[in-house]
Design a protein around this ligand. Structure first.
Ligand SMILES: O=P(O)(O)OC[C@H]1O[C@H](O[C@H]2O[C@H](CO)[C@@H](O)[C@H](O)[C@H]2O)[C@H](O)[C@@H](O)[C@@H]1O
Length: 241
């Protein structure tokens, strides 16, 4: 079972640091982690450190961060993202200058990646789009990745994405040979849906979005949490839904 974090497990907040981890969520995921013999992983655009900040009780759970650029495997092995180029510090500082002109806009630095968020400041979108396009001149190895109210500057030479992260987990115990489930909401989750579909797995889109390859749907993170709670409860009581 592969679980995206923001917009799937957690409701969106206006600011990346403003998310609330609902009571019981971590307990349910920990229950499923045990019930599935460890075959649960968190797969996020957040860095793994930031996943651990919001889901701290799940530090023993495998995780992929930065859209697949880093990974914590079931055995504890850690694969780091590529180093940030020197120019990224200056680009980040400049992005913060852009952001201050739009109260609520956020330039979030995470390892080699820089996310430009406008959820709380929709009027920042055009400025951030122009900024990201111009920044590629200083970051020639980078590309711009689109998300929900966000653009992300990330190393482009790396072929890593959430799909390759899921593939990597599926090569190894306890995931190997199992039928994969992926729950996600955003464009970057589409890579993982495709990998899961190719293995006759269960791809679940959270919310509504055109042109998703996901085959199943849950309405929102509340519905995801209710589903996980029902699974965890059934597991704990020996009743299988
Ligand atoms: O792959 P995910 O686990 O869904 O992570 C995607 C991004 O999540 C965070 O940003 C998003 O959630 C914020 C908090 O709700 C929200 O303010 C922002 O608008 C969303 O884009 C995180 O900050 C990013 O680094 C992740 O890439």
């Amino acid at each position: 079972m592969f679980l995206d974090v923001d917009g799937s497990l957690l409701d969106f907040a206006l600011d990346p640091n403003g998310v609330v981890t609902p009571e019981g969520l971590q307990r349910d995921i920990a229950t499923l982690h045990v019930a599935l013999d460890g075959a649960v992983a968190l797969v996020s655009g957040r860095a793994i450190d930031a996943i651990d900040d919001v889901l701290g009780a799940l530090r023993q759970v495998p995780a992929a961060g930065l859209h697949g650029l880093e990974r914590r495997e079931a055995g504890g092995a850690y694969f780091a993202p590529p180093p940030a180029p020197d120019a990224l510090d200056a680009v980040h500082a400049e992005a913060q200058h852009v952001a201050v002109a739009f109260p609520g806009a956020v330039a979030e630095r995470k390892g080699p990646n820089l996310a430009l968020h406008w959820r709380a400041a929709p009027e920042a979108q055009d400025a951030f789009r122009a900024f990201a396009a111009a920044a590629l001149r200083l970051l020639p190895e980078y590309r711009v990745q689109a998300g929900d109210h966000v653009l992300e500057l990330r190393p482009g030479g790396e072929s890593a994405d959430k799909g390759t992260a899921v593939e990597a987990f599926l090569q190894q115990a306890p995931f190997r040979g199992r039928r994969p489930v992926f729950v996600g909401d955003d464009l970057t989750d589409e890579h993982a849906f495709a990998v899961v579909n190719a293995r006759d797995g269960i791809s679940i889109l959270v919310g509504d979005r055109d042109a998703s390859v996901a085959r199943w749907q849950l309405a929102n993170p509340t519905a995801v949490r209710a589903w996980l709670h029902a699974l965890a409860t059934a597991t704990a009581t020996g009743v299988h839904a």
